[in-house]
Design a protein around this ligand. Sequence first.
Ligand code: GDP
Ligand code: IMO
Ligand code: MG
Length: 424
Amino acid sequence: MTALVVVGAQWGDEGKGKVVDLLTAEADEVVRFGGGANAGHTLVVGGEKVVFHLVPSAALHSRPRCLLGAGMVIDPKVLAKELEVMSARGLLPEGRMVISENAHLVLPQHFLVDGIREAGPNPIGTTKRGIGPCYQDRAARRGLRAGDLRDPDGFRAKLADNLEGWRPVIEAAGAEMPDPEAIAAEYLALAAPIVPWLGDVGDELHRAREAGRRIVLEGAQGTMLDIDHGTYPFVTSSSVTAGGACTGSGLAPTHIDAVIGISKAYTTRVGEGPFPTELHGEQGEALRRAGGEYGATTGRPRRCGWLDLPVLRHAARVNGLTSIALTKLDVLSGQETLEVCVAYELDGVRRDTPPAIGLERVKPIYETVPGWSGDITGARSLDELPAAARDYVRMIEEAVSVPVSILSVGADRAETITLGDPWA
Ligand code: GDP
Ligand code: IMO
Ligand code: MG
C-alpha cells in the first residue's frame, strides 16, 4: 500500500490537518492537490497550535517531503511566509519541498474580483482569498503559473494580457485597474524563496511510488464544497474529492490504494448555502462554543448542526471511502441525548442520500440517541470510552457501511484512538 488520499467528508474543517499530521508518521511524501489559502489546516502538537494554508500538514515533521500539486492555486505571499516558518524551525533542508511549476498563482486581480463579486447581490460567502477568479483564469487558459516566476519578462507579458481580460469586470464595478508594474515588482520580488523548489510533482510522485515510498495526498475543503459534487453554486471552484487527488497531483487513479474521509462527530459549514441539520439559536451557539468553531482562515463563526448521515453516505460514494476518521467526539460530551439525521424527506419521499439539486428543500429525519458525559480526551482505546460514545461510532459505521479507522478525542496529536489501519 503506497498511496492514501485524505478528503473532507462534509463542508470542510473536519480536522484534516490533525489527521494528516498523524498519518505523516508513516509517510514519505505528503502532497496537497487542490485549493489554495482558502484552506486552514490546524495542527496541535504538545499544546502548540500552528495553522497552515498552503504547505502540507506534514510540515512540522522533519522527514517526509512536502509537495504542492498542479491542481493548487498558490498565493506567493502566503507561501513565502509559510516557507519562512519552516525554515526558521530548521525544517527546510535541501530536497524537502517540491512546488509544481503548473500550479496557478493567485494575484491581486483575483482578490479584487473575489471582493467585487462578494459585494454583489448573490454572495457565496467565500474566504475572499481570490480562489474563484484564479481557477476561472486557469479554465480560460490565461492564468499565470508558478513556473512563470522563473522568467520576469514572460511574467510581465502574461500579466498584462491577464489584466486586460479582467478589465471589463473591474471597470464595470467602478474599481481601479491594478497597476501591472506594481504587481510585477511586488510578486517577482517574492520569487527567490519559491523558485528553487519548483519541479514536476507528478513525475516526482511516480518515481516515489516506484521506489515503494508511501504517499499521502492531502485534500482541502470537503466533499459538499466540491465544484461538481457539492452544493453548487455554494461551493469552492475546484475538485476537492478523491478524483481531484489524481488530477491535482498527477498520480494515476490505478495507483491510489486507500481513501480516508474525515468527518466531525457533528456538522459545520462556513459561508452561504444549504445545511439541512443546522441548529439555530442557543443549541447551535453551545456547539460552536464547545467545539471552538471559528474559521482557521477567516475567523468567521462556523454554522453548527447535528451529524448528517446522508452527507456521509454521499461522501463515501463519491470518494470511494475505505475508512473514516471521526473527529471532535469529545465536543459532544455532556449532552443527555443527541439527534442524528438518518435520512431526508423530499416532496413526501424518504431518501438516504442528498438530492443532486434541491438540498435546501429537504427535511431532515432525526433519530434520538443517548448521549454521554465526562471528559473523554484522555481515552486511548475504545474501552475507555462511555458505552454511548462507542455506540455512536458503531452507528455511523453501520449507517455509512465504512469502518472508522481513526477516532479523534481532542485537538492534540496525542488525543487519538486508532481502531484500524487507514492504509489498508
Ligand atoms: P481542517 O481544515 O480540516 O484541517 O480543520 P481545521 O483546522 O480548520 O478545524 C478543525 C479544528 O478542530 C482545529 O481547531 C483543530 O485543532 C480542532 N480539532 C481537530 N480534531 C479535534 C478533536 O478531536 N477534538 C477537538 N476538540 N478539536 C479537534
Ligand atoms: P479547509 O481546507 C471550510 C468555503 C467558503 C465558501 C466556499 C467558497 O480548511 O477545510 P472560496 O474562498 O473557496 O471561493 O469559498 O467554500 N470554504 C471552506 N470552508 N473550510 C475550507 O477549507 C474552505 N475553503 C473554502 O467558506 O463557503
Ligand atoms: Mg480548515
